[in-house]
Design a protein around this ligand. Structure first.
Ligand code: DGL
Length: 276
């Protein structure tokens, strides 16, 4: 099969993946990026395995149709519930030369190096936590490390409703931190395993105990992609280098453009597409 060079596809259930895209761009500014947010059907965090898989597969197919040789699932819930199936069941039949990568493995690969106590905390959506993906992935690389998870169902709505920097957010942030610490008081390393949570970082830092470090995933995923592309010159040569950024959403473009700035830090101009 012959391939023209094309952008890196970046997919998220909505806006959150923009926090990852921001870091990908910093690390690899030369490439073109095509962002897709399934805003019409977000949030994914509370949806079933089958539904997240179905929606994510549709998104990947659409990004492939646009030519993307590489798609990053910049969504923890999609990475947790759909990535393995897509990589193992769907990709070989669609186009085995293309790649779909997620955000969980890059985090798991380095997480164990960051803890001194051997205890790691994960904040994520209900879907990510109940998939146990972090526990399973971390076990592969650091079998001696213990992983404690806390689902934070209120954190995404707080961010989506622009309440993340308001006093009301403190209550829920404090509550989930305390619940995680109740599971294991001796945590020194915590990951924000949801694309929305970096926006709550100021509040989180306010309530975590001294000595505990909180990590966002954007820069971890970006660094991992840098290494991946160093190792895969075939993929590198298939990525177009024009430094363009294009944004698509399954909901109203005007709404996306307004809210995207909160996550991306810059203004964007998106267009609406339909996923089938
Ligand atoms: N993007 C999702 C994640 O990283 C959070 C938002 C959602 O629930 O759709 O898990």
């Amino acid at each position: 099969m012959e391939h023209k060079s094309a952008p890196i596809g970046v997919f998220d259930s909505g806006y959150g993946g923009l926090t990852v895209l921001k870091e990908l761009e910093k690390a690899l500014p030369q490439y073109d990026y095509l962002y897709l947010g399934d805003n019409a059907r977000a949030p994914y965090g509370t949806r079933s395995f089958d539904t997240v898989y179905e929606y994510t597969l549709q998104a990947v197919k659409w990004l492939f149709e646009q030519g993307c040789p590489l798609v990053i699932l910049a969504c923890n819930t999609a990475s947790a519930k759909a990535l393995r199936n897509i990589q193992q069941k769907d990709l070989p039949g669609m186009d085995p030369a293309r790649r779909v990568l997620g955000v969980i493995r890059p985090t798991a690969e380095i997480a164990g190096n960051l803890t001194k106590t051997g205890n790691i905390g994960i904040f994520g959506t209900q879907g990510t936590v109940s998939s146990h993906s972090y526990i399973l992935e971390l076990q592969k690389f650091f079998p001696e490390v213990k992983v404690y998870q806390e689902a934070c169902p209120m954190w995404v709505p707080l961010v989506e409703n622009n309440e993340h920097d308001k006093p009301g957010a403190d209550y829920f942030v404090k509550q989930n931190i305390n619940k995680l610490l109740t599971q294991c008081p001796n945590l020194d390393t915590v990951f924000l395993a949801c694309t929305h949570y970096p926006l709550l970082l100021d509040k989180i830092n306010k309530y975590i105990p001294e000595g505990m470090r909180v990590f966002e995933q954007g820069s971890i995923v970006a660094e991992s992609l840098v290494h991946y592309l160093e190792r895969h010159s075939d993929m590198r040569s298939r990525l177009s280098k024009g430094s363009t950024r294009n944004f698509t959403t399954t909901d109203r473009a005007e709404n996306f453009d307004k809210q995207a700035t909160v996550f991306y830090g810059k203004s964007v101009s998106s267009r609406r597409i339909e996923l089938l």
